[in-house]
Design a binder for this molecule. Structure first.
Ligand SMILES: Cc1cc2nc3c(=O)[nH]c(=O)nc-3n(C[C@H](O)[C@H](O)[C@H](O)COP(=O)(O)OP(=O)(O)OC[C@H]3O[C@@H](n4cnc5c(N)ncnc54)[C@H](O)[C@@H]3O)c2cc1C
Length: 281
């Protein structure tokens, strides 16, 4: 873990682009509330295949218009080089200098297509076409990506993104700090020398968390799962227990040298800001 201590801490919050005018208003209020915590940036997700292209850009521009730094996610699956170049040019013309570059997942039923197969190809393309204009974040998986052939292959594939020019990484969320420490040690042994910021998922609703976790391969440890299941529909107890678990995780990660935290907010300020206050950040 030593290698991560040298990087300055970066705190950030992730949003998805709202679908409705009401969602846009709510997100503005969430942004204002979280901005008081002075994060380095807000990031905005991107629907694979370009389904949220306009809303992602619109949301990023809206956050910037409120006076805060924002980074769009961009995914390359099912896209052509032409589409991606145009989108990057629009980002550049809009004054955007920070991206989260991903492969993305296609909705089931759609065959994978497009000129990019993996995120390392996207990172290389961005560097080739736009030089150092963008700061590029990529995704990392302490519990390994669900489609990885093996843990070893996944690490090598992560290194490909770093070698292609990624500046830093944000992890998939996890509840087991050891997976992160082990991942960092493995990266260190492979000579990977970029900040790898833990992605943090506050616990609000169990059914939703279980669904996300099954889909993305993030493990909910049995003791946490059993406890959450036992609360049934008692949302207050789920939130209270979840706050204790996730605050404890964040505290331990920071004490052990994690270079910041990236919160998956689901467009809600409450849980993330409570965790933040409890951490005394
Ligand atoms: C911080 C974060 C933000 C995210 N934001 C979004 C978002 O906005 N929109 C969205 O749709 N999804 C998002 N995702 C989910 C992400 O798109 C999926 O996890 C996707 O399945 C993988 O994307 P990746 O960029 O990690 O892919 P990659 O790094 O390309 O890896 C995907 C898989 O392919 C393997 N692989 C990689 N490179 C190679 C190679 N060269 N040869 C062979 N195998 C290879 C890897 O081992 C892995 O199993 C996000 C994930 C994270 C952690």
């Amino acid at each position: 873990m030593q290698s991560q201590r040298k990087f300055p801490r970066t705190f950030s919050f992730e949003f998805f682009p709202p679908h409705t005018a009401e969602g846009v208003e709510k997100l503005r209020a969430t942004t204002r509330q979280l901005a008081q915590l002075k994060p380095k940036f807000f990031s905005v997700t991107f629907g694979a295949g370009g389904s949220t292209r306009e809303r992602t850009l619109g949301t990023v521009l809206d956050i910037r218009a409120q006076g805060y730094a924002a980074a769009p996610h961009i995914s390359c699956i099912a896209s052509t080089e032409g589409n991606i170049r145009d989108m990057l040019q629009r980002y550049k013309d809009s004054g955007i200098t920070h991206l989260v570059a991903l492969r993305g997942d296609l909705p089931s039923g759609l065959a994978a297509a497009g000129e990019f197969r993996y995120a390392n190809e996207l990172v290389a393309f961005i560097r080739r076409e736009f030089g150092d204009h963008f700061v590029i974040e990529v995704a990392a998986y302490p519990e390994y990506h669900p489609q990885a052939k093996s843990a070893q292959d996944d690490l090598k594939n992560f290194r490909r993104k770093v070698e292609a020019g990624a500046d830093s990484a944000i992890t998939q969320y996890f509840f087991n700090a050891d997976s992160y420490y082990h991942f960092i040690d493995e990266c260190e042994a492979m000579g990977i020398d970029i900040p790898i910021v833990p992605g943090i998922m506050p616990i609000g609703r169990f059914a939703q968390l279980a669904r996300f976790s099954d889909a993305c391969g993030a493990e909910i440890p049995r003791w946490i799962r059993k406890k959450l299941e036992g609360f049934g529909d008692d949302v207050a107890s789920i939130r209270s227990f979840g706050l204790d678990v996730v605050t404890g995780l964040c505290d331990e990660l920071l004490r052990n040298g994690a270079p910041g935290l990236h919160f998956y907010t689901l467009n809600q300020a409450g849980l993330a800001s409570t965790i933040w206050q409890r951490l005394g950040l």
